[in-house]
Design a protein around this ligand. Structure first.
Ligand code: ADP
Ligand code: NG1
Ligand code: MG
Length: 440
């Protein structure tokens, strides 16, 4: 297996990827009046088990899906604007020009270009004494946005890979996965790195067991009769523009720090639940007992958290919270950390995992719950919300002999009355390969 992302030849006419690449090429040529130098393709992903645990330091099991982000890109001469972006959904994602190499990324001001700038800035930061070439980029995406299939990270990773390639920067897939995970933080997401890891490290035909710090992966061969079906709840959630995601990250950190303090260890060093487990050298069952012992159910006020840790609000802001979570006044601790610790032990029980996401983590949505029920009534072996949740997609497990019946049931039940193309919101998915460069 190559350690740097694969470089593929341009596909022949008739290949399933050909017409997609041709349409991105046509967009690029019509906007910029020249041919692209390269194409880059990065997949979205579905996570099969382990939601909201990557940022706590625990492992996840995603696979790459067919939906992806494609960039066509070229270097432009000195004197051109630094970065020009066009998108094949120009109404939603308008053309953007970034005149110079200033990297103050502001999601509200920059919109979708902020995600692209994250990847560009990541490469700029490692180019010591050299500045980036000017670039023109055309973007095409088929990952449904705000739907838990990681369109945001596919975009950030595509940008990082494109910028690296045009600037002749050679990095391993692992380095790119870690760098992209830090880069998405430039827009304020405090994610754990799952999406960027699978984007670079996916292999066709396998899900991946991914561990963090540092990123490590193992192939998970899926049973030959396992079929994954993805359904969209028709509710979307933009994670970087809303507060729920980072609130969960903060709640897990505070819960871990309170338990650490009660256990007599240096709580300020504890940033994630996994740090706590490692410091205590305990198993997950023992950790759950400590959660029960030291945390109460329901809401903690910020003041109560300060009392538990024996510090004032300013110190709490500095040590435990981020700029985006400092304004939060109330936290739910016991339920959140229970979800994180119990999920690990439950393994592949997808439905139990969904119930924990819905109940303890409050990260489902009534539409997701209805879709899970629809899949289960249709005979799925398990079904759960995937990605961050609060809407987005549900992934269900079934077998080939039950697939048609299951799809028919959900189509007539959950999607009755849906006026769009049901094929775009209810589809089967097989594990795809990770990010690649395609020669123009
Ligand atoms: P998810 O990663 O679950 O899809 P996020 O809220 O993290 O959801 O990211 C969604 C955001 O990613 C969108 O609001 C948009 O800014 C950006 N995005 C996704 N797909 C595209 C695309 N094809 N072109 C431009 N921007 C996109
Ligand atoms: P989505 O829903 O695709 O934006 C987010 C995080 C993941 C992970 C999942 C929940 C980012 C970039 N993505 O994914 O790291 O925490 O939620 O398991 O932060
Ligand atoms: Mg995302």
């Amino acid at each position: 297996m190559s350690v740097t992302p694969e470089i593929l030849s341009y596909p022949d006419k008739g290949h399933q990827q050909w017409s997609r690449l041709e349409s991105v090429r046509a967009l690029f040529c019509s906007k910029y009046g020249r041919e692209p130098d390269i194409f880059v393709r990065v997949p979205g992903r579905v996570n099969l088990i382990g939601e909201h645990v990557d940022y706590c330091g625990y492992s996840v099991c995603p696979m790459a899906v067919e939906q992806n982000i494609v960039f066509a890109a070229a270097i432009t001469p000195e004197g051109s604007p630094f970065l020009k972006l066009v998108n094949d959904q120009a109404k939603v994602y308008p053309d953007t020009t970034v005149p110079d190499r200033k990297f103050e990324i502001d999601l509200k001001r920059d919109g979708w270009a902020a995600y692209v700038l994250c990847g560009v800035k990541g490469i700029a930061e490692i180019l010591v004494g050299k500045s980036l070439v000017n670039m023109e980029i055309a973007v095409s995406g088929t990952v449904p946005p705000g739907s838990g299939l990681s369109s945001s990270s596919a975009l950030v990773c595509a940008s990082l890979l494109t910028t690296a390639q045009l600037n002749n920067v050679k990095l391993t897939k692992f380095a790119m996965a870690e760098m992209s995970a830090s880069c998405e933080r430039f827009i304020g997401m405090e994610g754990g790195g799952m999406d960027q890891a699978i984007a670079f490290l996916a292999t066709r035909g396998c899900a991946k067991h991914i561990q963090f710090n540092p990123v490590r992966t193992e192939d998970v061969k899926l049973p030959s009769n396992a079929v994954f079906v993805i359904g969209h709840s028709l509710v979307t959630k933009r994670k970087a523009e809303t507060s729920e995601y980072n609130t969960r990250v903060a709640e897990c950190r505070l819960a871990s720090q309170i338990i650490a303090k009660e256990s007599g260890i240096d709580w300020e060093q504890i940033k994630k639940v996994k740090d706590l487990q490692d410091a205590l050298s305990c198993n997950l069952e023992e950790l759950l007992n400590l959660v029960d012992k030291h945390l109460h159910a329901g809401v903690y006020t910020k003041q109560e958290v300060c009392q538990c840790l024996g510090i004032g609000e300013n110190e709490l802001n500095e040590i435990s919270l981020s700029p985006s979570t400092r304004k939060i006044k109330e936290f739910v601790l016991k339920e959140r950390v229970t979800h994180v610790t119990s999920i690990e032990g439950l393994g592949v029980l997808m439905t139990a995992s969904h119930n924990s996401m819905a109940k303890d983590y409050d990260a489902s949505d009534p539409a997701c719950d209805r879709l899970v029920n629809s899949f289960m009534t249709a005979g799925a072996l398990g079904a759960r919300v995937t990605g961050a949740g609060w809407g987005g997609c549900v992934v269900a497990l079934t077998t080939p002999d039950r697939l048609n019946q299951l799809m028919d049931h959900v189509r007539l039940d959950f999607y009755a009355g849906y006026e769009g193309d049901v094929g775009k919101v209810l589809f089967q998915s097989e594990p795809q390969s990770g990010a690649c460069v395609i020669k123009a």
